[in-house]
Ligand binder design. Structure first.
Ligand code: 5GP
Ligand code: MN
Length: 336
């Protein structure tokens, strides 16, 4: 954002407003952390703020401060539509195109004329927002929310609720501070959060040591199904709808599993396919080490996108056909 944009946004937020804050569909730690972090900031400033999630958020994020106030568009449609229609300002966080919130919500947002503010770190942002803070050099939208609050000159509103939410997305989107997007600034920002009094060790436990038995069984199945293609420095695994259902699958149970495929020596690229028969799609997560650009790969072949080392996509073909397509593409792909 230019200094002029910051001044305009500051002006917009100078008096109490009705504000809707929207994460992407299937929200992850960064999407929920950034929307709830901003929510706690705006509430303290006297705004009437609400987070409207397109669909359910995973259980492992239900402890986030304010998670109980989130309205789920798919489940609480009437109330969510009303909040969106009455909003004076709409923040869209952690996504770059309205396609990431689902058709019904996208159509509703397109009918609104109030200013949109996008804060996001994905490539190729669409041009729907009056104010855009879009920068792929940041490892997380949560870190960007910190800089946004800082640019507004309102760091006095950073309290433990804001900081706990923002810390969560910084941790989850950086793979616990290990991805290359982690900078000295990232560490300085979280140092401030720790000095503010967040319970950082407990946040890690809540995020990563809080799994259900079903989740561990799903992980075990995914590891059993893991295939290695050494000639392509690639691994992949898949879970069918039946396999997921057999463990009593909950949203979020598959989170993070993709990373195991990348934890092997000599592997530079991994994919994780999950079948979702209700939505008629196979959801795919891609991860890479080094220079192999999975964002481009997901865009080129699987209607997706994301970042250079972490991206996602989907296929409407059956699971086996999707995997075969993936293997066929690998033969024409340079991975090193
Ligand atoms: P995940 O594999 O954890 O679902 O997603 C990894 C990254 O890719 C995230 O930054 C996410 O926003 C992005 N991503 C996942 N699925 C899609 C998709 O279908 N389309 C686009 N454009 N990005 C995606
Ligand atoms: Mn993110």
């Amino acid at each position: 954002m230019t200094p002029e944009d910051i001044a305009s946004v500051k002006q917009l937020l100078a008096s109490p407003r009705k504000i809707a804050i929207i994460p992407h569909r299937n929200p992850d730690g960064d999407a929920m952390g950034s929307t709830l972090g901003l929510y706690h900031f705006l509430k303290q400033k006297g705004h009437e703020a609400a987070v409207i999630a397109p669909n359910e958020f995973p259980d492992f994020l239900a402890w986030l401060p304010g998670a109980d106030t989130v309205k789920v568009f798919e489940r609480e449609n009437d109330v969510a539509v009303k909040i969106l229609q009455e909003a004076d300002i709409i923040f869209t966080l952690d996504f770059n195109t309205l396609g990431r919130i689902g058709d019904q919500m996208e159509n509703l947002l397109k009918s609104l004329t109030v200013p949109f503010i996008m804060i996001d770190h994905h490539q190729k942002p669409d041009d729907y927002a009056a104010y855009m803070f879009s920068d792929t050099s940041y490892g997380s939208t949560c870190e960007m929310i910190y800089h946004f609050i800082s640019a507004l000159g309102e760091k006095e509103y950073l309290n433990t609720a804001v900081a706990t939410c923002l810390y969560t997305g910084i941790v989850t989107d950086s793979g616990s501070f290990r991805y290359p997007s982690t900078t000295g600034t990232t560490h300085r920002v979280v140092a401030e959060f720790i000095d503010l009094g967040i319970d950082n060790s407990n946040i890690h436990s809540l995020l990563f040591d809080n799994h259900s038995h079903a989740r561990i069984q799903i992980l075990a199945k995914a590891l059993q199904n893991l295939k290695v293609l050494p000639q392509y420095k690639t691994s992949y695994t898949a879970l069918s709808q039946e396999e997921l259902a057999s463990f009593g699958h909950n949203k979020g149970d598959t989170e993070g599993i993709v990373n195991y495929g990348l934890s092997m020596k000599g592997i530079k690229f991994t994919a994780f396919f999950t079948e979702n028969k209700e939505e008629g799609i196979v959801k795919i997560s891609f991860r890479s080490k080094g220079d192999f650009d999975v964002n481009q790969f997901a865009r080129d072949h699987f209607s997706g996108g994301g970042h250079i080392n972490a991206a996602g996509g989907k296929s409407t073909e059956p699971l086996e056909a999707t995997i075969q397509k993936f293997i066929t593409i690998l033969a024409h792909t340079k991975i090193d």
